[in-house]
Design a binder for this molecule. Structure first.
Ligand code: SF4
Length: 342
C-alpha cells in the first residue's frame, strides 16, 4: 500500500509566508522531520541533492516547493473541461508514460501554490465571461492534486468554492486513494471526482508509486457514498499481450465492487496511449528498464496541439479498443455515460 506522500525536502518562496496556507504549511513541516530550505522562485530550484541526473530526478519527485502562482491565465483543457485550474504542478508518482515527463522538463519537483484566493478570483472572471453557460475547470492537468491534498487541503477548499458557485463545475482525476479528508467537503454535487484505472498489467509495470486498483476502487466507493458524481478515466489504454482479457477483467471487477449508488451518476473517459519523440527520450532516460513499448514504426502519427507529432495506435487498433469498451461499459454500467474516446 502506498502511504500518503510526505516530502523529503521542502522549499519555500519567502512571499508564500504572506499567505495563511504558506504559514500553515511552514508550521506543519517544521514539526515534521523534513528539511526546509528557501528559494527565491519556484521556477528556480537549484542544487537538489544527488550525484547524477537519475538520482536528482528521484529526489525532485519527493521535493515540494511552496510558492505563488504568478500566471493566472488558465490553459484550455479540452475535451474534459473548458479550463485547467492551476493549484499544483508535478507529481510524486512514477508512471513511466506520464505526460508530465515532457511538460515538466528539467523541473520535475512538485509545486503547490498558496495564493488560492487569487486563483479563485481568476476562475470567477472566466465564469463571468461565459455565464450563463456553465464553465468546467479541470484541476489535474499539471499534477495529481489529490496526492498532495492531505497536506494542503487546497482541493478541499476548491471543492467547497465550486459548491457555492453558480456557473462553475470542478473535476479532477487521481491514482491515489488518500481521500478521506475530502469526504465531508460541501461539494453540492458540483465536483466530479474521477479515478484513473487500468488493467493489472499496466498498473503493475508502469505505475509505481501510486495506489493499487483495489485501493482506488475502495476510495471510489467512499466517494460515491459521499454523494459526489463519480467518474473513471481509463488511461492510457495500452495494448499488451492479453489486453482484451485484462481490460474486461478490470471492468468486471469495477462493476462487482462498486455499490449500486456509485453506478447512478457515473462517467467514463477513454484515452489511448500516445507518446512523442521528446517524451520517449525522457522516459528512456528516467526509466531505462521500462517495458513500455515506444516503437514509432508500429504507430500512426497525429498532429498534436502543441505543434508536435504524437504517436497513437493504428486505426484498426483504435477500432478494436473502442469496440471492447463501447460494448462492455453499457452492459456492465447501463446508466453510465462514456464522454469520449481519444
Ligand atoms: Fe503522472 Fe498521474 Fe502518474 Fe502522477 S499519478 S506520475 S500525474 S500519470
Amino acid at each position: 500500500m502506498v502511504k500518503p506522500f510526505v516530502p523529503q525536502l521542502v522549499y519555500f518562496e519567502p512571499k508564500a509566508m504572506g499567505y495563511p496556507l504558506g504559514k500553515t504549511l511552514y508550521d506543519k513541516f517544521s514539526k515534521m522531520d523534513v528539511e526546509i530550505r528557501e528559494t527565491t522562485s519556484h521556477n528556480q530550484v537549484r542544487n537538489l541533492p544527488g550525484d547524477n541526473d537519475f538520482q536528482k530526478y528521484r529526489v525532485a519527485k519527493s521535493t515540494l516547493v511552496v510558492g505563488l502562482r504568478k500566471t493566472l491565465k488558465f490553459d484550455t483543457s479540452k475535451p474534459s473541461a473548458e479550463y485547467a485550474i492551476p493549484f499544483a504542478t508535478g507529481c510524486m508518482g512514477h508512471c513511466h508514460y506520464c505526460y508530465l515527463q515532457t511538460t515538466m522538463g528539467s523541473k520535475p519537483y512538485i509545486r503547490t501554490y498558496v495564493n488560492t484566493e487569487e486563483i479563485f478570483d481568476a476562475a470567477e472572471a472566466y465564469m463571468a465571461e461565459r455565464a450563463p453557460e456553465i464553465t468546467r475547470f479541470e484541476a489535474s492537468c499539471t499534477s495529481d492534486i489529490v496526492g498532495i491534498d492531505h497536506l494542503t487541503h487546497t482541493l478541499k477548499d476548491a471543492i467547497e468554492y465550486f459548491g457555492r458557485s453558480e456557473h462553475g463545475l470542478l473535476r479532477f482525476v487521481t491514482k491515489f486513494a488518500h481521500i478521506d479528508h475530502l469526504l465531508d467537503a460541501d461539494h453540492q454535487g458540483r465536483t466530479r471526482f474521477r479515478f484513473s484505472i487500468n488493467a493489472d498489467y499496466v498498473i503493475k509495470y508502469f505505475e509505481p508509486g501510486t495506489s493499487r486498483l483495489k485501493e482506488r476502487l475502495e476510495a471510489a466507493a467512499k466517494i460515491a457514498e459521499a454523494d459526489y458524481p463519480l467518474g473513471f478515466i481509463i488511461a492510457p489504454i495500452y495494448l499488451h499481450e492479453g489486453w482484451r482479457e485484462g481490460y474486461l477483467t478490470m471492468l468486471e471487477h469495477v462493476a462487482q465492487v462498486l455499490p449500486p449508488k456509485a453506478k447512478e451518476n457515473l462517467t467514463f473517459e477513454l484515452i489511448q496511449h500516445r507518446f512523442t519523440k521528446p517524451a520517449k527520450k525522457v522516459i528512456q532516460k528516467n526509466y531505462p528498464m521500462s517495458k513500455l513499448e515506444l516503437d514509432e514504426s508500429k504507430r500512426k502519427t497525429k498532429w498534436g496541439r502543441y505543434g508536435i507529432w504524437k504517436y497513437v495506435y493504428t486505426d484498426q487498433e483504435q477500432e478494436e479498443m473502442k469496440e471492447l469498451f463501447l460494448t462492455t461499459i453499457p452492459k456492465l454500467f447501463p446508466k453510465a455515460e462514456v464522454e469520449y474516446f481519444t
